[in-house]
Design a protein around this ligand. Structure first.
Ligand code: FMN
Length: 192
């Protein structure tokens, strides 16, 4: 099984980095092929430029600026997103990845204003994330990252398996709670 991991956190010793490593380890143990994009390490530029906005609908020129990432998305059968929640959204670098890479002809086909999914090669979609706030606080804010993954990204892929693995209330999570979440993430991946 081919898998692609997209990771967005700037600090190598962060809890997000531990989650990222746990995901990589478990995928390797399963014998899955793993491709990993560490957005900060790769120096990914999240800014959709004026040129990219002008050619946004022009297929296939619109993929030229991000071709290497488009190929990775189109070649994978499983997509793993690992990120912390910032301002009840994705870190800007991951939002920019979606802005620039999920263009028409890649994530979706646009015909007479109607969207059709176009990443159906992705049969498994897993998000691994952490929130400083409680689930209730996130719910009251509309929990946008949960909705974007489980509605928008899901629409692009139409996966058979979808998991949104979230540790809420991270600001008060002690060592035990964090370790339990790491084990939970490892088990969920083992059982895919
Ligand atoms: C810039 C920034 C914005 C944040 N905004 C939110 C937020 O809107 N909601 C929330 O629950 N936590 C928020 N947090 C807390 C992070 O989600 C939390 O620190 C992170 O999940 C912990 O992961 P880490 O220790 O690996 O960085 C924010 C943290 C930062 C640094």
């Amino acid at each position: 099984m081919k898998s692609l991991v997209v990771f967005a956190h700037p600090v190598p010793e962060s809890f997000s980095a531990s989650l990222h490593q746990a995901v990589l380890d478990e995928l390797a143990h399963k014998g899955w092929e793993v491709d990993d994009i560490d957005l900060y390490k790769a120096g990914f530029d999240p800014i959709l430029s004026e040129h990219e906005r002008r050619i946004y609908h022009d297929e296939p020129e619109n993929i030229e600026p991000v071709k290497e990432y488009v190929e990775k998305l189109q070649n994978t059968e499983a997509l793993f997103l690992v990120f912390p929640v910032w301002i009840f959204g994705f870190p800007a670098i991951l939002k920019g990845f979606f802005d620039r890479v999920c263009v028409p002809g890649v994530a979706f086909k646009l015909s007479e204003g109607k969207l059709a999914p176009n990443l159906r090669n992705i049969r498994t979609l897993v998000a691994v994330t952490t929130y400083g706030g409680t689930r209730l606080r996130a719910f009251l804010a509309g929990d946008p990252p949960r909705k974007v993954v489980t509605r928008s990204v899901r629409f692009y892929c139409q996966p058979q398996t979808l998991k949104y693995l979230a540790l809420y209330d991270m600001n008060r999570a002690d060592h035990t709670k964090r370790t339990n979440f790491l084990t939970h993430v490892r088990n969920e991946i083992k059982n895919l």
